[in-house]
Design a protein around this ligand. Structure first.
Ligand SMILES: [Zn+2]
Length: 241
């Protein structure tokens, strides 16, 4: 318990930065944006339990509760990609809430053909998911009268169907495992491509961003705040690719 740090970046937007010693992703919650009894959108629920036995999902559930929300009230889970450290806990979220699940078509195909095997490497069970719809490049409208539009960007390279999410109004970019503070996503794993990652980094670097929320923290940090710092980070990581 207590492995996540909650950071509120917008009126309806909370980041849950992973603070454990072992591996897990950062998660995010868009709260009260969907119609009906399950109004929250959870992005990248992460591991149920990681390689050190740290209970990622229980910790996230607690962190979300501390902010006044319930995992049971999640209506949609978005996966930036299907790797176990982002996607494993989709299963218990769906079990608790009955939430719909979405990711890109490319990632779903990869998950079915190859990605599921990554889970056994972690001693984990791949979640049985049937995406309700696929994420496509462009606006994803949520809520009553489509009052919130998230921009979905296809950003392959780390995984074939990786996506990033951009909240235009708040200038928040969720970059998944494309770019981190001082670093970039791995491409030496099945499905990885350095040339695709380079293009994806280029694409993200053109957005007007005030908060960059990466899929993982590094030794340098986690969320990057401020346009200049973010531009500098893009400039630096481009030297790696
Ligand atoms: Zn990954």
């Amino acid at each position: 318990m207590g492995y996540h740090k909650s950071i509120r970046l917008g009126e309806n937007f909370y980041c849950y930065v992973w603070m454990g010693r072992g591996n897990n992703c950062n998660s995010s919650l868009l709260c009260d944006v969907l119609r009906g009894k399950h109004p929250h959108v959870l992005i990248d629920p992460g591991h149920v339990r990681n390689e050190l036995g740290e209970p990622g999902f229980d910790s996230l559930t607690q962190a979300v509760e501390n902010d006044g929300f319930k995992m049971e009230d999640v209506g949609l889970v978005i996966g930036t990609h299907s790797h176990p450290d982002h996607f494993e806990a989709v299963a218990p979220v769906v079990e608790k809430s009955g939430a719909l699940v979405t990711l890109s078509r490319e990632e779903d195909e990869f998950y079915r053909q190859v990605g599921k095997m990554f889970f056994s490497a972690f001693g984990a069970k791949p979640p049985q998911v049937n995406p309700s719809f696929y994420l496509q490049e462009g606006d994803l409208s949520l809520g009553a009268k489509n009052r919130l539009a998230i921009k979905v960007l296809l950003t392959p390279g780390h995984s074939p169907g990786s996506i990033s999410l951009y909240l235009e109004e708040e200038k928040i970019l969720l970059s998944g495992d494309v770019v981190f503070f001082g670093s970039i996503g791995r491409t030496d794993i099945p499905g990885g491509s350095i040339s695709l990652l380079r293009k994806s980094i280029d694409k993200l670097s053109q957005l007007d961003v005030e908060y960059l929320v990466p899929g993982h923290s590094t030794e340098v940090g986690n969320i990057i705040s401020g346009k200049q710092k973010i531009e500098r980070n893009f400039y630096m990581v481009k030297m790696f690719v």
